[in-house]
Design a protein around this ligand. Structure first.
Ligand SMILES: Cc1cc2nc3c(=O)[nH]c(=O)nc-3n(C[C@H](O)[C@H](O)[C@H](O)COP(=O)(O)O)c2cc1C
Length: 366
C-alpha cells in the first residue's frame, strides 16, 4: 500500500511543463481539466485547480436566452471565488445568439469564451450545435466571426475553440477548421482526437492533432484518452501540442493534475494521496458541493462524484448501494469519511487496486 516515489526509467533532463498564453492570461501550467457537463461544476473545477490543473473551462452555457434564467444556467455561470481566468463555454448554432450569449457571459465575469464544437450529445447535435457544426464550415466561420466581434473586438476577451477531428472518419476537416479559426482571431484550439461519429468509441488518435499543431501558430491543446502521467508525456511529445486536457480520468481523481505536473517536470512519479489527505479533500469537495447546490440537489448530485472516488476500492459496490440510500448530506458525508477511514491508516496511500479493507464496509446495521 505504501508506494513512495517511483523513478521512471529515464528522468527528464528538461521539464515538459510550460506556461500557455491565452490573450492577456499566462496559465500556470499546461495540464488542463476538460469541460464536462454535469461534472466540472464550480466546486470540482476549483478542486482541480487547487490540485494542479492549470486551466478549467466551465460547463456549457446554452446560447438560447430562454434558458438563461434557469437554475442550471444560473449555477453554470456562477464563478464566485473561482481561481482566474474564468472561462465559459458556449454552445449553439445561431451566430447572433452565440454572440449574445458570449456578451451575456462576459458581463457576468467570463474572462475567456470557449466555443463548443466538440460535443456529440444528441441534445446539442439535433440542433446542429456542438460537433455537428463541423459539417458546415461556412456556418462555423459565421459563428466564430460573430462571437469574436462581440467580445474580442469590443472587450478584448479571448475566444477559444474546442472541436473534434471531423464529422466522421471520411470527413476529417480539423485542419481546415483550425486554419479558419486562427485567421478569424481564435486564440487557442483544443482538439479531441475523435470524430463526431466516433462518439467515445475506439481510441483517440493524435496524428490529426499533430497536423493541426504543425499548421497553426496559436496554442493547441491535445485531448482524448489521456489518463496517466506517461500518456500525457507521450501525447505532448508526439503531437508537439502546447498542453494536454484531461476529462474522464479526472472523475474521482482530481490528484491526477498534480501527478501529471510532477511527472512532466521531473520524469518521476509522485505518491498517491494518503488516506488522511483523501478524507480531507473529499470532505472539502462535498461541503463545497452541498453549499453550491443546496441540500436536496447536492445530496443527489454528489452521489456520482462519490461513486467515482470509490471506484476500484474494496467494498465499493456495497458502500455505494448504502450511500445512495442516505437522505441527508450530513449522513452522506459521514458515510464517505467512515468508508475511507476503513481502508487503512491515515498515513497509508490510497493506491487504487492495492488497498485492502481493514474494517467492515457495511455502514448500516443489517
Ligand atoms: C460527462 C461528460 C460531459 C462532457 N461535457 C462536455 C461539454 O460540456 N463540453 C465539451 O466541450 N466537451 C464535453 N465533454 C467532452 C470532454 O471535454 C472531452 O473532450 C472528452 O471527454 C475526451 O477527453 P477524455 O478522454 O480525457 O475524457 C464531456 C465529456 C464527458 C465524459
Amino acid at each position: 500500500m505504501t508506494q513512495g516515489i517511483k523513478l521512471a526509467s529515464s528522468p527528464f533532463s528538461t521539464s515538459f511543463i510550460r506556461s500557455v498564453r491565452i490573450g492577456p492570461f499566462f496559465l500556470l501550467n499546461n495540464v488542463f481539466v476538460a469541460p464536462m457537463a454535469g461534472v466540472t461544476d464550480r466546486p470540482f473545477r476549483q478542486l482541480c485547480k487547487r490540485l494542479g490543473a492549470g486551466y478549467a473551462v466551465s460547463e456549457m452555457a446554452a446560447s438560447n436566452p430562454r434558458l438563461w434564467a434557469s437554475d442550471k444556467t444560473t449555477r453554470r455561470i456562477n464563478h464566485d471565488g473561482e481561481i482566474e481566468p474564468k472561462a465559459v463555454q458556449i454552445a449553439g448554432s445561431d451566430p447572433a445568439m452565440m454572440a449574445e450569449c458570449a456578451r451575456f457571459n462576459v458581463e457576468r465575469g467570463a474572462q475567456i469564451i470557449d466555443i463548443n464544437m466538440g460535443c456529440p450529445a444528441k441534445k446539442v447535435c439535433n440542433v446542429a450545435a456542438g460537433s455537428a457544426l463541423l459539417q458546415d464550415e461556412k456556418l462555423v466561420g459565421h459563428i466564430l466571426d460573430a462571437v469574436i466581434k462581440a467580445v474580442t473586438v469590443t472587450n478584448n476577451v479571448p475566444v477559444t475553440l474546442k472541436f473534434r477531428t471531423g464529422w466522421n472518419r471520411q470527413n476529417k476537416n480539423a485542419l481546415a477548421i483550425a486554419r479558419m479559426a486562427e485567421s478569424a482571431g481564435v486564440q487557442m484550439l483544443t482538439l479531441h482526437g475523435r470524430t463526431r461519429a466516433d462518439l467515445y468509441t475506439g481510441q483517440a488518435e493524435y496524428e490529426t492533432i499533430a497536423a493541426v499543431k504543425a499548421n497553426v501558430s496559436i496554442p493547441v491543446v491535445a485531448n482524448g484518452d489521456i489518463d496517466s502521467p506517461e500518456k500525457a508525456h507521450h501525447v505532448l511529445q508526439i503531437t508537439g501540442a502546447d498542453a494536454v486536457m484531461i476529462g474522464r480520468a479526472a472523475q474521482g481523481n482530481p490528484w491526477i493534475f498534480r501527478e501529471i505536473n510532477h511527472y512532466l517536470r521531473t520524469g518521476t512519479h509522485m505518491a498517491a494521496p494518503t488516506i488522511a489527505e483523501a478524507r480531507k479533500v473529499l470532505r472539502e469537495h462535498l461541503l463545497d458541493h452541498y453549499a453550491f447546490y443546496g441540500e436536496f440537489t447536492g445530496l443527489r448530485t454528489a452521489r456520482k462524484h462519490i461513486g467515482w472516488y470509490v471506484s476500484d476500492l474494496p467494498g465499493e459496490e456495497i458502500f455505494r448501494a448504502q450511500m445512495n440510500q442516505m437522505q441527508t448530506c450530513e449522513e452522506q458525508l459521514a458515510a464517505v469519511d467512515y468508508y475511507l477511514a476503513s481502508l487503512g491508516h491515515d498515513q497509508d496511500y490510497l493506491d487504487r487496486g492495492a488497498v485492502t479493507i481493514n474494517a467492515h464496509p457495511f455502514l448500516l446495521a443489517a
